[in-house]
Design a protein around this ligand. Structure first.
Ligand code: V47
Ligand code: SF4
Length: 374
């Protein structure tokens, strides 16, 4: 149980931390230096109290989830990010690429399962272009017309739009016409250019990632944002990453949620680094909640961190634990995620949230309430 913010303010001796707590109580934005100070100096109790204060002010005890399923069309990718455990080249052992019929078969299997979203993310396949994927979206919507298609990281979009010889704006408008509803947050990794060059030097730049999301928001496509944390980045890099997102959100208001993704170490070229512990995960959620005052939602992606940490995170600023996910999200299972075949029914999700005395709320992708479980 977190202390309330007033008790924290009264009991904090460090003047800088006390001032941050007062700012949070007064609904004031914190600076980058204050964000770094939180990471470096604040204890977990302090962070939990501040983050929970904000979470409760925004959402009370409500905790959101959705009914979705994931499709990973291929793990064939032109890039070779050092943290990626699932990338393969054409013809290499372990490579897969579903053809359109196979993808549509997956969609058909969800036709009567009252899912509201399909999440589609995969490798950057050299031979598949915007029109291939656009047609795929159209075919998916013929099977489940009301489904929300959240698809393609900015890195996949960058490639497919260039391949179609369109500008970012033209490409996104075209995809919207095909039926793309929103963009997931992947591919952001870490924006600091030096660290990005160390861990994923080939993929789209930070500037391009931000520009694609900015343009998407401008043409009416909302999106999510992620960070890949817990590898070689510093606390300063995490705050720099969030500052760039906070600035863009001030400009467009188009981000739905922020999803910190913990680096998992199995089967990739950064394995030697190891993984951060649960304390670090909770700190990271809490500082994200405090720093990103203009993001409505902070999401814990439960297959990555496990169900218990996802439950704990609900006291550290998180208000969303993603969805039923029913599938085999190989990008995480191959990297050593807690849950190797991530699937939870909505009843299980509801029970998980209720166990920590929060109120489960099923949402759609853009946070319209589908059902509240009091
Ligand atoms: O960008 C790859 C990450 C991301 C590893 O928007 C890894 O709702 C940890 O886009 N350890 C793609 N992470 C996933 C993604 C996503 C996930 C959940 C929700 C949403 C959303 C979007 O997966 C990549 C990369 O950052 N990733 N390898 C790894 N070893
Ligand atoms: Fe390709 Fe994405 Fe893996 Fe990087 S993280 S190698 S872009 S699939």
């Amino acid at each position: 149980m977190n202390s309330d913010i007033k008790t924290i303010i009264d009991n904090t001796k460090n003047t800088d931390l006390k001032n941050i707590a007062i700012k949070v109580q007064n609904n004031e934005r914190i600076t980058e230096n204050e964000g770094i100070l939180l990471f470096e100096k604040a204890d977990l109790g302090f962070l939990g109290a501040l983050a929970n204060f904000i979470r409760v002010k925004k959402h009370g005890d409500k905790t959101f989830f959705n009914r979705n399923f994931h499709i990973e069309p291929t793990n064939i990718c032109i890039y070779n990010c050092k943290f990626c455990s699932y990338v393969r080249k054409i013809g290499q052992e372990g490579a897969w690429e579903y053809n359109l019929e196979q993808i549509l078969d997956i969609v058909r299997s969800y036709k009567d399962k009252s899912v509201t979203e399909v999440h589609i993310v995969g490798g950057v396949h050299p031979h598949r272009d915007l029109h291939y994927y656009g047609n795929m979206i159209q075919e998916i919507k013929k099977i489940i017309p009301e489904i929300h298609v959240k698809a393609f990281t900015a890195v996949e979009l960058d490639f497919m739009i260039k391949k179609a010889r369109l500008s970012i704006k033209e490409g996104l408008i075209k995809l919207k016409e095909y039926g793309l509803d929103s963009i997931p947050g992947g591919g952001a990794e870490i924006f600091n250019e030096k660290i990005r060059a160390e861990v994923c030097d080939e993929k789209s730049s930070s500037e391009l990632w931000l520009n694609i999301h900015k343009t998407a928001h401008e043409v009416g496509i909302p999106s999510n944002a992620t960070i890949l944390y817990g590898h070689i980045e510093t606390y300063t890099d995490r705050i720099d990453h969030m500052k760039r997102l906070r600035d863009l959100q001030d400009e467009t208001g188009g981000f739905n949620t922020y999803i910190p993704l913990k680096f998992r170490k199995e089967n990739n070229r950064l394995s030697y680094i190891g993984e951060v512990n649960t304390i670090e995960d909770l700190k990271n959620y809490a500082v994200s909640r405090i720093f990103l005052d203009n993001f409505d939602h902070i999401k814990a992606y439960w297959p990555m961190i496990g169900k218990a940490t996802a439950q704990l995170s609900l006291s550290y600023g998180v208000d969303d634990i993603d969805g039923t996910i029913d599938d085999s999200t190989k990008i995480y299972s191959m990297a050593g995620a807690e849950d190797t075949s991530p699937t939870m029914s909505s009843d299980e999700l509801v029970a998980l949230i209720k166990e920590v005395k929060r109120i489960p709320v099923e949402r759609d992708t853009v946070y319209n309430v589908v059902k509240e479980y009091n």
